[in-house]
Design a binder for this molecule. Structure first.
Ligand code: FE2
Length: 363
């Protein structure tokens, strides 16, 4: 089976094609799926940030080209596609609509099923597939999302009488143990990059500035100097807005160098995340930690997780960089899993309110 996945939730329009490596639909499996192509076009970071209407225009303008490139790279003709999956949500409404319209049109044209995929679940599934993880503690870190989760059974069925349940049973979900109470960690770092006018004006700019600062101090034979900042962990939940305000105020008042502030901001935010994750790891007794999402590319964050996992005797896995950010291959994979597991959807339409824990996990 050949599955086309279309991604359009935020700044990226992507089209990925995977091959389930099976002779028929009944023997198809997502485990041995191969990614044939994974093309995308990303709206660049600007000092003004992202304007939803402009993002949607960008996606409409590049959709045809991205799709053609993906088919060409995969060596696949459009009519050979067996399933069309698209990113249903969460995401920016105007952007989601572009991906949905493209996917629905292709599905009608080809006469092939249209399969919605939960964007957050897709980030997890591509990580599990690439790292061969069975049942990890999931740390999902991206622009808009920061969640610590793990697969867990939930009792279902209608409660009646003395707590008995009709149609009682268990269903599995990705249960969220901890998450951000305000902004996502990626948006927090992007905002710092923009406000501090770094190059590029986003999270990558912060990572570079912090890295340069540590290297320069190292050459002088001294360690980095940590500037004390607000640290907000509530149970397994986190908050970043107070930290953001404190960093920007310190920068305005020139209380520390820009490099020192970027280093301290990253250290604080990542330490909060790793502390909450360690608590969740001990609570769930999982033996693996899987880091997914765009912020998973940050090498300092990877280092901190690998240290924590070594202390806890857990395996640490991080999604490969090509599958960390938003792209279509993860949507194709999640769509294939939904299709094979027979997941039913209340609606095929985009849904901005979806969460990692919205969907039943039947695998
Ligand atoms: Fe994403």
């Amino acid at each position: 089976m050949l599955v086309l996945g279309i991604e359009s939730t935020a700044h990226t329009f992507g089209a990925g094609i995977i091959d389930s490596s099976a002779q028929s639909a009944s023997s198809a499996s997502s485990k041995n799926a191969r990614v044939l192509s994974n093309e995308y076009d990303k709206y660049p970071s600007t000092p003004a940030g992202f304007i939803p209407r402009k993002l949607a225009d960008h996606h409409s303008n590049c959709a045809k080209k991205v799709l053609e490139n993906s088919l060409e790279k995969a060596g696949v003709r459009l009519k050979e596609i067996d399933l069309v999956a698209y990113s249903q949500g969460p995401g920016i409404g105007a952007c989601l609509r572009v991906g949905y319209s493209a996917a629905r049109s292709l599905s009608l044209l080809l006469g092939k099923p249209l399969i919605p995929a939960n964007h957050a679940v897709a980030h997890v599934e591509i990580g599990k597939w690439a790292c061969r993880c069975a049942d990890p503690l999931i740390v999902y870190v991206s622009g808009g999302n920061t969640q610590i989760a793990a697969k867990q059974a939930k009792k279902v069925g209608k409660i009646f009488g003395r707590g008995e349940r009709a149609n009682a049973g268990k269903k599995f979900f990705y249960h969220v143990f901890g998450e951000t109470l305000d902004v996502g960690i990626g948006n927090f770092l992007d905002a710092l990059g923009r406000e501090l006018a770094l190059s590029p004006p986003d999270a990558v700019g912060v990572m570079k500035k912090a890295g340069d600062y540590v290297n320069e101090r190292g050459k002088k034979g001294v360690g980095p100097e940590y500037f004390v900042l607000p640290y907000t962990v509530k149970g397994m939940n986190l908050a970043f807005s107070g930290l953001q305000t404190a960093v920007l105020r310190a920068a305005r008042e020139k209380k520390a160098s820009l490099g020192g502030l970027c280093f301290s901001a990253q250290e604080t935010a990542f330490a909060m995340l790793v502390e909450a994750s360690e608590r969740a790891l001990c609570h769930t007794a999982k033996r693996e930690v899987l880091l997914v999402g765009g912020v998973a590319r940050n090498t300092r964050l990877q280092k901190m997780y690998s240290l924590m996992c070594a202390e806890q005797g857990a395996r640490f896995a991080v999604v490969p960089p090509e599958y960390a950010g938003d792209q279509g291959a993860m949507i194709a994979l999640a769509g294939l899993k939904n299709y094979l597991a027979g997941i039913e959807f209340a609606s095929n339409e985009p849904n901005q309110d979806l969460r990692l824990d919205s969907q039943e996990i039947k695998w």
